[in-house]
Ligand binder design. Structure first.
Ligand SMILES: CC(C)(COP(=O)(O)OP(=O)(O)OC[C@H]1O[C@@H](n2cnc3c(N)ncnc32)[C@H](O)[C@@H]1OP(=O)(O)O)[C@@H](O)C(=O)NCCC(=O)NCCS
Length: 176
């Protein structure tokens, strides 16, 4: 029996209603101060345009997109970038791990990581790479889940309100 308040699934097509729900989660994360490529305030138009580009990647098979849904709609998401250079057929990047503030600290982030790892293996990918704000909530989560910390790059990006932040690279070897 599923005792969690959410269910997870991989999307193979992304319709406008799903784009809306994904935009809600992205806007909520930026409003909450997460450094996830966008500055604050993030408009719905910009957020939706981002997800339409992701939808194109899902349609071509360049990306795998997972979502978590609760009684209110999409509450979490994560992606795998599957199409990488020809000499890295075994590798994928894990990207845009987002959990809506209403659903945090209940194990959903961890469940999304584990689901993304399973999808990666299904896709023949045995090495995953990601970067996360140094010493942030996400970095702590990946370390807890067995991802290996490679190192930090100072001044890599900006927080949504403009403060520079360092990023930490992690990898996960699924080959064993
Ligand atoms: C980072 C992020 C994805 C984590 O999502 P989450 O769903 O809160 O993750 P989890 O619930 O698995 O773990 C978070 C914490 O809750 C704790 N937790 C998990 N289940 C719990 C439960 N049932 N009861 C109490 N605490 C719990 C975990 O131990 C962890 O604790 P810690 O932060 O003290 O180490 C989320 O904070 C987020 O979306 N942040 C904004 C976007 C972002 O930064 N994304 C990362 C880009 S790289």
């Amino acid at each position: 029996m599923n005792t969690q308040p959410w269910s997870l699934r991989r999307l193979h097509a992304v319709d406008p209603a799903l784009i809306d729900g994904l935009a809600d989660v992205l806007i909520d994360c930026v409003d909450g101060g997460a450094s996830v490529s966008f500055m604050h305030p993030l408009t719905r138009e910009r957020a939706s345009a981002f997800w339409r580009r992701v939808a194109d990647g899902v349609a071509t098979g360049a990306r795998a997109l997972l979502v978590a849904e609760d009684a209110h709609g999409i509450c979490g998401t994560v992606q795998l970038v599957l199409h990488l250079p020809d000499n890295q057929p075994h590798r994928a990047d894990l990207a845009k791990m987002l959990v809506h503030r209403r659903a945090r600290r209940q194990g959903l982030g961890a469940a999304l990581v584990r689901a993304a790892e399973a999808v990666a293996l299904d896709c023949g990918k045995t090495l995953l790479v990601l970067d996360a704000v140094t010493d942030g909530d996400a970095a702590r989560m990946y370390a807890r889940l067995g991802w290996i910390r490679v190192g930090d790059i100072p001044r890599f990006a900006l927080m949504p309100l403009g403060e520079p932040c360092s990023t930490t690279y992690f990898y996960r070897d699924l080959a064993g």
